[in-house]
Design a protein around this ligand. Structure first.
Ligand code: PRP
Length: 185
């Protein structure tokens, strides 16, 4: 285990099972439809890759990137699109794939933006859901694990751009970030 991690929250077996379970639900729910899978960069990239390998429904892939700024300790609610869609969203069935649904600021913005682009439907799939931190009325249609307010990294999630490579989701030791003026995952 990485020395900066205090506890593994989701190990590799659990993560594999999560992608199996969610992909089965998605394959059933979207039977006969074509899905536009949208990854929200950067944190979603490993979960998205593992999940997409198990999707048997007809699908295409696109990415967007967003950044939040303002308050340093958490997502401010001021969201800016830094990479737009390549695909036309008109009448598409969009499945957003995220690593974590926290305050909900990011996905509230993204979901509304996708509807404004003319999508027929929009659903949210997130690896991690932290409902205790929610400030926006937004919910996951598919969630891998509901977690408490831990500071988690790994499997795509970063702290200051590090730890995305860890093959598990782990709790970051407080000493790693306690002197920093940020608590962003
Ligand atoms: C993280 C995560 C979500 C967002 C969730 O992104 O990937 O997009 O925060 O937080 P919210 O629900 O409070 O908006 P981050 O800004 O850390 O960028 P990253 O994906 O590049 O790591």
């Amino acid at each position: 285990m990485n020395k900066d991690i205090s506890e593994i929250l989701l190990d590799e077996n659990r993560l594999e099972q999560i992608t199996v379970d969610i992909s089965e639900q998605i394959n059933s729910d979207y039977k006969g439809k074509s899905i536009l899978i949208v990854g929200v960069l950067k944190g979603s990239f490993i979960f998205l890759a593992d999940l997409m390998k198990k999707i048997t429904a007809d699908c295409t892939l696109d990415f967007i990137a967003v950044s939040s700024y303002g308050a340093s300790t958490e997502s401010s609610g001021h969201i800016r699109l830094t990479k737009d869609f390549s695909e036309d969203l008109t009448d598409r069935h969009v499945l957003i794939v995220e690593d974590i649904l926290d305050t909900g600021n990011t996905l509230s913005y993204v979901k509304e933006y996708i509807f404004r682009k003319g999508a027929a439907s929009v659903k949210i799939c997130t690896l991690l859901d932290k409902p205790s931190r929610r400030t926006k009325p937004i919910y996951a249609d598919y969630a891998g694990a509901v977690i408490e307010d831990f500071f988690v990294v790994g499997y795509g999630l970063d702290y200051d751009e590090r730890y995305r490579n860890l093959p598990y989701v782990g709790i970051l030791k407080e000493e790693v970030y306690q002197n920093q003026n940020k608590t962003k995952e």
